[in-house]
Design a protein around this ligand. Structure first.
Ligand code: SAH
Ligand code: SF4
Ligand code: F3S
Length: 467
């Protein structure tokens, strides 16, 4: 196996720049400057944005949701599908008039889109009001880039990649109080043929178990009660590292931490979902009973073309094992409709798989061509309209299954984390350690606490009462 060369570095160099920005920005704007972070894409990006906000606070900015009021605007972008990219271009375009009115405003773009050379070039050529474009591997250098730009440096385009380094101790300003994200690894080595992520996020790098444990304990101490471990493929955590901690062992370690909380994780690649992992989920009371296992397609022929390393039979076997070993589990999945070369016959295999497994919910996508990936040059002769029809057929099937699923909750009692106000007056909502959301009569003093709720019925959602 290839040796893991990952090294860890810290934020100290950037902390120096942050201090410099603090005084310089105050001089330029004449008051405490405001920053706005706009996030697209997955939970990884949401967590990265929390670190961008942390760094911006360190630089002396206060955070605002209002782009119009901000002195610094940053777009944290997603490249996974074309639609996501179009939305970003539209949003960045809206900063043109802000810049015209207040030329001191700094506009930056980071995240997965900006890591692509052709996209960075497009910002350079066609969006002259964008000051900073930084790739996914240098986002911790935000204080340095702001300092340089505020001191009059030319526009900054920094896309260099470093596949061997993890930066620890980047300041963070978390969005939520009871729920939080915790990255355990970065990058992806799987190169599914449709996917841009390995190109923009680089190679797999696992954080040291001690660093994860320390952040986890800190979160628990601060009252976070629902913690989601993040990685493109958490099941390959620790591969090639000397510490010998794999994902199952990591879960056991975190499960031992004192306190009442739920440990979630995503995403699990089916190819690395082992019996050891299933048994760990069964044994660890604080680990959620939710497995997000994207299968992408029900056809073995298409799975091979997607480079997914499993086939229909082994996926179904895995599901059978999961259902057998876990008394209760909510299964969810991602599906791509209309991959190049997929016929209606192939697609029907996706439908039959969905029918068989009965997922709690699905994330479904029509295939989107990503330049530079192997699938982009595969022949694709099914029209968009036709793919749209298949897509609707899949949604309809899942709607029926979701209706059937409701019955399995009614009459049962669940331990839920009370985390928000309900849609009915005097009601609150809670999440089970799976994927269900239940409304129940309660007042807001219960926010952030675990309560046991019996599900009584369904009316625009599950409802129940505290017992
Ligand atoms: N690492 C995760 C997925 C990350 S991307 C995993 O392997 O499960 C999230 C989802 O977006 C994928 O599971 C896939 O269903 C979808 N996706 C990725 N690339 C896509 C593309 N080019 N077109 C359509 N959907 C895509
Ligand atoms: Fe993309 Fe596949 Fe990696 Fe997931 S496992 S991020 S779908 S290449
Ligand atoms: Fe998008 Fe990057 Fe996540 S491409 S889905 S933001 S890893």
């Amino acid at each position: 196996m290839q040796k893991n060369l990952t090294q860890t570095t810290d934020f100290s160099e950037q902390a120096v720049f942050a201090n410099r920005v603090k005084s310089l920005a105050f001089d330029i704007y004449g008051t405490t400057p405001k920053a706005c972070v706009i996030t697209f894409g997955c939970q990884q990006n949401v967590n990265d944005s929390e670190r961008l906000k942390g760094m911006l606070c360190e630089c002396g900015y206060t955070i605002t949701d209002e782009m119009e009021a901000a002195d610094f605007i940053i777009f944290n972008t997603c490249a996974v599908r074309e639609h996501a990219e179009m939305r970003v271009f539209g949003n960045v375009g809206m900063t043109k008039h802000i810049k015209a009115e207040r030329p001191n405003t700094i506009v930056a773009v980071c995240g997965c889109m900006s890591q692509q050379e052709h996209i960075a070039q497009k910002f350079k050529r066609s969006y002259p009001y964008v000051d900073i474009v930084m790739g996914t591997h240098v986002s911790h250098r935000l204080p340095e880039f702001i300092y340089k730009r505020l001191s009059g440096s030319p526009r900054i385009f920094e896309l260099s990649m470093d596949n061997n380094t993890i930066v620890e101790d980047v300041p963070i300003k978390r969005d939520g109080t009871f729920k939080g994200w915790l990255p355990i690894m970065y990058g992806c080595n799987n190169f599914c043929t449709y996917c841009i992520v390995p190109y923009v996020r680089g190679r797999e790098r696992s954080r040291e178990p001690e660093k994860i444990l320390a952040e986890f304990k800190e979160m628990v101490k601060n009252g976070v009660k629902d913690i989601t471990l993040l990685g493109q493929n958490v099941n390959s955590y620790g591969k090639g590292c000397d510490h010998g901690v794999n994902f199952a062992k990591l879960l056991r370690m975190l499960n031992e931490v004192e306190g009442e909380f739920v440990i979630r994780f995503m995403t699990s690649h089916p190819k690395d979902c082992t019996i050891e992992l299933l048994d760990t989920i069964r044994d660890c009371k604080k680990v959620s009973r939710h497995l997000h296992l994207p299968f992408q397609s029900g056809s073995s022929k298409i799975l091979k073309r997607m480079n997914r390393y499993y086939d229909r039979e082994s996926y179904l076997k895995l599901i059978e094992n999961a259902k057998e070993r876990l008394d209760y589990v909510d299964l969810t999945s991602d599906i791509i409709v209309g991959f190049p070369g997929e016929t209606y016959e192939d697609f029907k295999e996706t439908l039959t798989l969905v029918e068989k497994v009965k997922f709690a919910s699905l994330f479904t996508f029509i295939y989107s061509k990503r330049n530079g990936t192997p699938a982009a040059v595969m022949e694709d002769n099914i029209s968009r309209a036709e793919k749209g029809k298949w897509f609707d057929e899949l949604l309809k099937l899942q709607e029926e299954i979701a209706k059937e699923n409701i019955n399995k909750y009614i009459g049962n009692t669940y331990r839920v984390l009370c985390d928000d106000f309900g849609s009915r007056d005097g009601y609150m909502t809670g999440h089970t350690n799976g994927t269900a959301v239940i409304e129940f009569k309660a007042d807001e003093s219960l926010l952030g606490q675990f309560v046991s709720v019996k599900v009584l019925g369904y009316e625009n959602g599950l409802y129940g009462e505290i017992i």
